[in-house]
Design a protein around this ligand. Structure first.
Ligand SMILES: O=C(O)CCC(=O)C(=O)O
Ligand SMILES: [Fe+2]
Length: 239
């Protein structure tokens, strides 16, 4: 007989499904006053360009990889609801399911695709699958506002996580088996960092934002987590 707590766990997070797919979509993870606070704080954050990662000198990166979002890294003092979310018991429960030995918070990223600028993130893997592999680092993506096909769906290739690198080709070109997710406000999407994923161009008249809380196995060192894979090259974010 399974205990009720095991049933609760299944309801919250189906680990075997996650491990088979490489991602899982949990609707309405955050709602009500918490979601309203997150929305207000994220809007305040993106209204302050001084807080984003400087773009000067990165023109080559934007052009080559066609990754054009405005990015805010670890701005927790400006988004206290995000700081609280990282310690959220339900979220930490899932982190423990995924990384029972040593699940550590790694970094947060707020990605901002401004209305009217056609911004996008091409196919990528957040870490090098050949050196790290699946099950070591995860994105917990929280969407403060509704997304749509026009503002930028999260595209994923189910089951692509593991030790394989993305096939070379067009940065945004279609991949076999790709699926489109359009998370609603408050939804959480968890992905393995080796999963093939991208965000298509924001052609809508609405801003598109995502909040990424990244967790890693504490046994990984910085060198293993600083390389991202694109279809036309690999990037060492550490420089
Ligand atoms: O904005 C999204 O939906 C995905 C962002 C992403 O790929 C990332 O933060 O690694
Ligand atoms: Fe990513």
């Amino acid at each position: 007989m399974e205990s009720p707590s095991v049933d609760n766990t299944r309801w919250l997070f189906d680990k075997s499904r996650f491990q088979a797919q490489g991602y899982i979509h949990l609707p309405s993870f955050v709602h009500g006053a918490e979601l309203a606070a997150l929305q207000a704080e994220v809007l305040a954050l993106i209204s302050n360009p001084a807080l984003m990662v400087p773009r000067e000198g990165s023109e080559h990166f934007f052009k080559k990889y066609q990754s054009t979002s405005y990015c805010y890294v670890d701005r927790h003092e400006h988004v206290p609801t995000l700081a609280a979310l990282i310690e959220h018991p339900r979220l930490r429960h899932i982190v423990r399911e995924l990384l029972p030995e040593d699940g550590r918070f790694h970094a947060s990223l707020v990605q901002y695709h401004k209305a009217g600028e056609g911004q996008a993130i091409p196919w990528h893997q957040d870490i090098d699958p050949e050196t790290v592999g699946a099950g070591q680092m995860f994105n917990f993506l929280l969407y403060p506002f509704d997304t749509s096909l026009e503002s930028g769906a999260l595209h994923v290739v189910e089951g692509s996580h593991g030790n394989k690198r993305l096939p070379s080709g067009e940065p945004h070109g279609d991949l076999p088996g790709q699926k489109q997710l359009c998370p609603k406000a408050g939804d959480l999407v968890i992905t393995d960092c080796t999963l093939f994923h991208k965000v298509n161009h924001n052609t809508s008249g609405r801003d598109r934002m995502s909040i990424n809380m990244r967790f890693r196995n504490g046994a990984l060192d910085r060198k293993q987590t600083s390389v991202g894979i694109y279809r036309n090259g690999r990037v060492n974010y550490a420089g």
